[in-house]
Design a protein around this ligand. Structure first.
Ligand SMILES: Cc1cc2nc3c(=O)[nH]c(=O)nc-3n(C[C@H](O)[C@H](O)[C@H](O)COP(=O)(O)O)c2cc1C
Length: 191
């Protein structure tokens, strides 16, 4: 997790992945800690503690800093524009940047869930550079065609999309079906 807005996406992803039996190596940047405090408050540590391993972001000698460490991929959620920039330019200043660099050099999955608006030219160029190097850029922009009723619905939409991209089966969101979606709208409008 880095210091973009949207810490709740990261927390929900941890909950879902661990409930599905997946093991997570977690790194939280100082920026992410600040955002967690400001956006979530006091109740996030118990969710972070669901992860199998937590590394200090300054520990550039941790296991995940090496391509020899086996894993299926890496998701940075939220991914700040600073972390995106570091990855796009191969300028690894902390363990998140280094582990992402390893994903790209090893040809493994790297998903960056960025959040910023509007985007300046530097952000856009960095997104393109990271995508060209092999990352998947997934702006945190939930769709509204599922007719979200709550903030949780919006969070689940993004988490479901992330899981789809990394190829993990889940039931966080159903596959889009316009017929059933229209049935739901009709049901709720006749209530
Ligand atoms: C409440 C809060 C919200 C932020 N939201 C964003 C954001 O949406 N996108 C972004 O790129 N940076 C955002 N930032 C700024 C980053 O946290 C900051 O640039 C930080 O240095 C990023 O470092 P990191 O990538 O190592 O976590 C936010 C900071 C705070 C405190």
């Amino acid at each position: 997790m880095s210091g973009g807005s949207g810490a709740q996406y990261g927390l929900r992803l941890i909950e879902v992945l661990t409930s599905l039996g997946h093991e997570i190596d977690l790194v939280v940047s100082a920026g992410a800690e600040r955002v967690l405090e400001l956006e979530v408050g006091d109740n996030y540590q118990q969710i972070l503690d669901l992860t199998a391993v937590q590394y200090d972001v300054r520990d550039i000698g941790a296991a995940i800093a090496s391509g020899t460490h086996p894993n299926d991929g890496m998701i940075i959620v939220p991914c700040s524009m600073k972390t995106l920039a570091a990855i796009a330019h191969g300028f690894s200043q902390n363990l998140i940047h280094r582990a992402a660099d390893v994903m790209l050099k090893e040809g493994r999955k790297l998903v960056l869930v960025n959040r910023e608006t509007p985007l300046n030219r530097i952000h856009l160029k960095n997104m393109l550079a990271a995508q060209e190097a092999g990352a998947t850029i997934m702006p945190a922009s939930p769709g509204y065609y599922y007719h979200p009723k709550t903030v949780d619905d919006l969070i689940n939409f993004m988490v479901g999309k992330i899981l789809n991209v990394i190829g993990i089966n889940h039931d966080v969101i159903k596959a889009w079906n316009p017929d059933t979606a229209m049935d739901e709208i009709t049901k709720s409008s006749t209530k």
